[in-house]
Design a binder for this molecule. Structure first.
Ligand SMILES: [Ca+2]
Ligand SMILES: [Ca+2]
Ligand SMILES: [Ca+2]
Ligand SMILES: [Ca+2]
Length: 309
């Protein structure tokens, strides 16, 4: 089996020959989704391919003031110069390689490394951080562009702009619920129960009976949508019922947030280890991207945010 893999790898390199230098146009990592592991002193972003050859490419880098910003929660770009401490490593194996290969403190005995290339110095890695849910930041079903993101529109004036507010009109019925209400009339394809020209999710008095929706909360559970007599119509949508209850609390504003970390390399030079100094060179190489797990963020009405689980 080892010979088969060697032949495949040699063919891969020969195809890539150009003017004496080994310049490849790409590796065989069609899937650009990276995995990530960390230990006490280094982090590894890596990609595995077991389709035809068994190969792995990894960026192993150390934690310091500069790189500690990996997994940052702000959009932007981090540059990490390649060095002996920050290396791209490309390996071909004699058998299937699994995630545990990079995530274990001690690499497993098997599979064995057949070929290894490493960067030395020169070149740099760019990590570009972007928000994953940047078209609907609060996930309420209304696009951020429709929520006035550029002007930071704040319909209920609670300090949380609409594009981050899961209850845009502050009536304690979540926007996601208000855009699903069945109504005869609509504004920009959003339900307008009282046909007053303001969509329900932006209307603090949805039945236009002069009792604010938030005060039509008969059981005081911060959700006026509860249907008291189960006739299919909650008080807040029934203009014939104007009972008003004192409600001073609001729904917690919790949104889900995740980031994508796109990893690209500029001036990549990989040198073969234990060989005759063969090199693989690429001006630009997209290693791939890592998506952080989504986290729950609570945004307080003052506009400040707290990170939590
Ligand atoms: Ca608001
Ligand atoms: Ca919103
Ligand atoms: Ca409303
Ligand atoms: Ca009302």
């Amino acid at each position: 089996m080892k010979n088969v893999f060697c032949l495949v790898f040699v063919a891969f390199l020969l195809i890539s020959c150009d003017d004496g230098d080994l310049i490849v146009t790409d590796f065989n990592f069609d899937n650009k989704k990276l995995q990530w592991c960390e230990d006490s002193d280094s982090q590894v972003l890596f990609n595995l391919n077991n389709d035809q050859v068994h190969e792995a490419i990894a960026f192993r880098f150390t934690l310091n003031n500069e790189t500690a910003q990996f997994l940052t929660t702000e959009e932007g770009e981090t540059t990490i110069p390649l060095s002996s401490a920050n290396q791209i490593i490309y390996r071909v194996f004699d058998g299937e390689v699994e995630s545990s290969y990079f995530c274990n403190a001690i690499p497993p005995v098997s599979p064995k490394v057949v070929e290894e290339y490493r960067t030395t110095s020169g070149g740099e890695v760019l990590i570009t951080t972007t928000l994953l849910n940047n078209t609907d930041h609060d996930g309420d079903g209304v696009l951020s562009t429709q929520e006035g993101i550029t002007s930071e529109r704040d319909t209920d004036e609670d300090g949380i702009p609409d594009y981050l507010d899961i209850d845009d009109d502050g009536d304690n019925i979540l926007t996601r619920v208000e855009i699903e209400v069945t109504a005869d009339n609509s504004v920009n394809n959003f339900p307008d129960s009282d046909n007053d020209g303001t969509a329900d999710f932006l209307d603090a008095d949805d039945d236009n009976d002069n009792t604010p929706t938030r005060n039509e909360d008969w059981n005081l559970n911060n959700n006026p949508a509860d249907d008291r007599n189960e006739d299919g119509l909650a008080h807040y949508l029934n203009p014939a019922i104007t009972d008003s209850f004192e409600v001073t609390t609001s729904r917690e504003n919790i949104i889900s947030r995740g980031f994508r970390y796109l990893v690209t390399v500029e001036n990549l030079t990989l040198s073969k280890q234990g060989g005759d100094g063969e090199q693989i060179r690429l001006e630009n190489y997209e290693l791939g991207y890592y998506d952080s797990p989504s986290e729950q963020i609570t945004i307080e009405p003052s506009g400040t945010s707290e990170e939590g689980q």
